[in-house]
Structure formats: structure tokens, C-alpha cells
Design a protein around this ligand. Structure first.
Ligand SMILES: Nc1nc2c(ncn2[C@@H]2O[C@H](COP(=O)(O)OP(=O)(O)OP(=O)(O)O)[C@@H](O)[C@H]2O)c(=O)[nH]1
Ligand SMILES: [Mg+2]
Length: 304
């Protein structure tokens, strides 16, 4: 069996080639000077690390290499690694805060097709394996297929599900699910929502309504909005986070489809520009293809 670190490393191989691969080739050939640093900055920006993070990283390399008297250009990679860990290491709230009132409710949001339903299946499996009592609320009532999809995941992970007919009001399903979560004393309720373009204001209003209804149905619950971002998205991820945060808040990100993409640098851009913590990363379509995010492990996998 492949261990978790090897799996993460294999998943990040295209992103690694896009960042470490290109930088390694460059520093192998050139001396350390301003021109080299500019080219490294360009590589970082092209790899979706974001302009702000790229600028900060280059400034730090310049500063630290001066301080440490670094003259060999390949030593900049070590500094880069340290600084990326620094950017990614902002501590956010724990997934299950000790003092959080039960039930914990995660409102899973995101644009179309990012992997919300799949991630709920993976999370349900993961939490059930930790002996938590899990409930799923199928609030994506747009498509019958979506309800069936979440039901299949629920069966696989042997957790209960609250569902309604296709076309039902998603907020009413959310209400029923939140009420049931409270009555059944579950540890965590995962609410699946329909994918929606963050630029469509009526759909964002619907999401706000779901949030309001949940707060009302389970006033004592601890409600967290978790936003799913597709790792292939590139810089558009930043505006998705901003708009969803304005609508319903964002207490954590889950970045999916990091397997295969070369754009995984976006994780760094999101941390630097928005400071939102990453809770999990999705590394494939299977039920086990989800890992808790750890900044040091992530950077280690990206750089070795
Ligand atoms: N490679 C890969 N595929 C994934 C991952 N997560 C989800 N997918 C795939 O992405 C596709 C969409 O996943 P869904 O879970 O249906 O996405 P969704 O956000 O619920 O979609 P809508 O409800 O239509 O908005 C499916 O084919 C999944 O198997 C991942 O981490 N890696
Ligand atoms: Mg879905």
C-alpha cells in the first residue's frame, strides 16, 4: 500500500515539476543575481503562486541570502522552502474545537463540479472511521442524480442521510437536516449544496438563505462554512473565496483535484492573499483520496 506521504508526493508531481523542476534547472546554470531572482519570480507567478506571494518570497530570498552570505544559487531553494512553510503555517481553528457546541455543522459550498459531493463522501468515511456520528444533508435538490450520488456515498460510509425529492427547496432540506442533527445528537452534519457560479447573485442569495435557516433550526450548533476549490482553477480561486466568504463566510478550504494538476501553487496564493486555512486536500476520485492538510508535509512533498 502506498503511504500517505508518497501518495501526496505523487499527486503533486506536476506542480512540483512546474515549481521546483523549473527553478532547479535555472539555479543549476546561473549565478545568484537580481536577474536570476526575477526569473524565479516569473516561474512562481506562472505556477499560480500569485503575485503577492511570489514578491514576498523573492524579497525574503534576497534578504536571507544576504544575511547568511549565500553565494551559491542552488541554496535559494532551501530558503524558498522555509518561506513557503511560513506562508502556509497560519493556524486556523481546529476541525473539532474542544469548546464547540454540538452538533458541528459543515456547510459545504463551491462552484459547479469542484468535488463537493465526492468530498462529503470522503469526509463522512473519514469521520465515521474516527467513531464520530455523522449525518449527511442532501441539499442539492437541483438534480435527482445529485441526491442519488450523495446517497451512494452515504451507504458506502454507512452514515445516515436526510434527503428530499428533486426540486424541493434546498433550505427546507437544510432545516430538516439541522433539526435531525440536533435531535439525534450527531457529532457532525455535512450539508451538500448545489454547485453555483459565484457571479450569479440569485444563487448566492439562496446559499445565504440556507445558512440562515441552519442557524435558526439548530441555534446551539457550531456552524462552519467550508469552501471547496478545484486545484486546477488558478487565480480565479481568489475571487471564488472572496465572494463565497462575503455570502456565507469561509472557515476553511478544501482543495480538490491536486492529483494531476500543475497549478497546485494556488494553495500558496490562497494562504498569502486571503489567509484562509486549508483543512483538507483531495488527491483523487476514490473514497480514501482525501488527506488532512499539514503545511510542513505539503511543502516537503512539493520539494522532495
Ligand atoms: N482527480 C480527482 N477528481 C475528483 C476529486 N474530487 C472530485 N473529483 C471528481 O470531480 C467530478 C465532480 O465531482 P462532484 O463531487 O460531483 O462535484 P460537485 O462539486 O459535487 O459538483 P456539482 O454538485 O455538480 O456542483 C467527479 O468526477 C469526481 O470524481 C479529486 O480530488 N481528484
Ligand atoms: Mg454535487
Amino acid at each position: 500500500m502506498v503511504n500517505a506521504f508518497d501518495k501526496l508526493k505523487a499527486s503533486l508531481s506536476n506542480t512540483r515539476a512546474n515549481i521546483l523542476g523549473k527553478i532547479s534547472r535555472l539555479v543549476g546554470l546561473r549565478k545568484l543575481d537580481d536577474r536570476l531572482l526575477e526569473e524565479i519570480e516569473e516561474i512562481l507567478i506562472e505556477a499560480d503562486v500569485g503575485v503577492r506571494a511570489a514578491t514576498r518570497l523573492i524579497d525574503k530570498i534576497r534578504e536571507k541570502s544576504k544575511q547568511r552570505g549565500v553565494t551559491e544559487s542552488n541554496e535559494v531553494i532551501g530558503i524558498l522552502k522555509e518561506e513557503i512553510i511560513e506562508i502556509l503555517s497560519r493556524e486556523g481553528p481546529a476541525l473539532f474545537p474542544d469548546n464547540a457546541a454540538k452538533p458541528i455543522i459543515w456547510l459545504i459550498t463551491g462552484v459547479n463540479g469542484v468535488g463537493k459531493t465526492t468530498t462529503i463522501g470522503k469526509l463522512a468515511t473519514c469521520f465515521a472511521a474516527e467513531q464520530k456520528k455523522v449525518l449527511i444533508g442532501a441539499c442539492d435538490t437541483f438534480r435527482a442524480a445529485a441526491i442519488d450520488q450523495v446517497e451512494i456515498w452515504a451507504e458506502r460510509s454507512r452514515v445516515d442521510i436526510i434527503r428530499a425529492q428533486e426540486g424541493a427547496d434546498p433550505a427546507s432540506v437544510a432545516f430538516d437536516a439541522a433539526t435531525a442533527a440536533q435531535a439525534r445528537k450527531v457529532d457532525i452534519l455535512l450539508l451538500d449544496t448545489a454547485g453555483r457560479l459565484h457571479t450569479k447573485s440569485n444563487l448566492m442569495e439562496e446559499l445565504k438563505k440556507i445558512r440562515r435557516v441552519v442557524d435558526k433550526a439548530a441555534p446551539e450548533a457550531s456552524v462552519f462554512a467550508k469552501l471547496i476549490i478545484d486545484g486546477n482553477t488558478g487565480q480565479n480561486a481568489l475571487s471564488q473565496v472572496k465572494v463565497f466568504t462575503e455570502a456565507v463566510g469561509c472557515d476553511g478550504l478544501i482543495i480538490t483535484k491536486l492529483d494531476g494538476t500543475a497549478k497546485g501553487g494556488v494553495v500558496i496564493a490562497l494562504a498569502e492573499e486571503l489567509g484562509t486555512q486549508v483543512d483538507f486536500v483531495g488527491l483523487g476520485e476514490g473514497i480514501d483520496d482525501l488527506q488532512k492538510f499539514d503545511s510542513k508535509t505539503f511543502v516537503e512533498a512539493l520539494f522532495t
